[in-house]
Design a protein around this ligand. Structure first.
Ligand code: ATP
Ligand code: MG
Length: 151
C-alpha cells in the first residue's frame, strides 16, 4: 500500500504552490502523470512545477498540438507532454518519449492514462478534480518525502 496525500486549493495560486512544493522535492528522472477533466488545472499545475524548479511560469503553455514543450530555466529541465490528442503510445514513442525519461530532468504528462503503458512504475500520479469554480482537490500518490502535507 502506498501513501497518498490530498490537498484542497481555493485558487490558481494555491494549486501552483502545491505543485511548486512537489517540484522542490523531486530528483532527476522523476515522472509525473497528471489526470483530471478538461479545465481541471493540469497545465496550471505544470506552471507551479516550473516555478518550483526555479524556472519561469510564463513560458508554460499547453503542448496539445506540439506534444512536447521543454522548459530549461530551472535546476533541471522540465519536459511537458500532453497525451490528449494522441491515438496511442506509438505517438509518444515516435517523439522519443523513452529517451526523455533518461535525460535527468522531470517529465510531466497531461492525460497520462492514455499512455500509461509507457510510464515507469515509480511514476507519481496527480489527480486534479474541480470541486467548485475556483476550488480543486489534488491527490498525489505516492506521497513524496520532503513535500509539505499542507501549504
Ligand atoms: N484552484 C484552481 N486551481 C487550478 N486552476 C483553477 C483553479 N481555480 C480556477 N482555475 C481555472 O481552471 C482552469 C484550469 O485550466 P488548465 O488549462 O490548467 O486545465 P487543464 O486541466 O490543463 O485542461 P486541458 O485538459 O484542457 O489541458 C484555468 O482557467 C484556471 O484559471
Ligand atoms: Mg492542459
Amino acid at each position: 500500500m502506498t501513501a497518498m496525500v490530498e490537498y484542497e486549493t481555493k485558487s490558481v495560486a494555491e494549486t501552483e504552490a502545491v505543485a511548486a512544493g512537489l517540484a522542490r522535492a523531486l530528483g532527476p528522472g522523476s515522472v509525473i502523470a497528471l489526470e483530471g477533466n478538461l479545465g481541471a488545472g493540469k497545465t496550471q499545475f505544470v506552471r507551479g512545477l516550473s516555478v518550483g524548479l526555479g524556472g519561469n511560469a510564463r513560458s508554460v503553455s499547453s503542448p496539445t498540438y506540439v506534444l512536447l514543450n521543454i522548459y530549461d530555466g530551472g535546476r533541471m529541465p522540465l519536459y511537458h507532454l500532453d497525451a490528449y490528442r494522441v491515438t496511442g503510445a506509438q505517438d509518444f514513442e515516435a517523439i522519443g518519449f523513452e529517451e526523455l525519461l533518461e535525460q535527468g530532468g522531470v517529465v510531466v504528462v497531461e492525460w497520462a492514462s492514455r499512455v500509461a503503458e509507457l510510464l515507469p512504475a515509480e511514476t507519481i500520479w496527480v489527480e486534479i478534480e474541480a470541486t467548485g469554480e475556483t476550488s480543486r482537490r489534488i491527490r498525489i500518490e505516492p506521497e513524496i518525502p520532503g513535500m509539505l502535507k499542507r501549504e
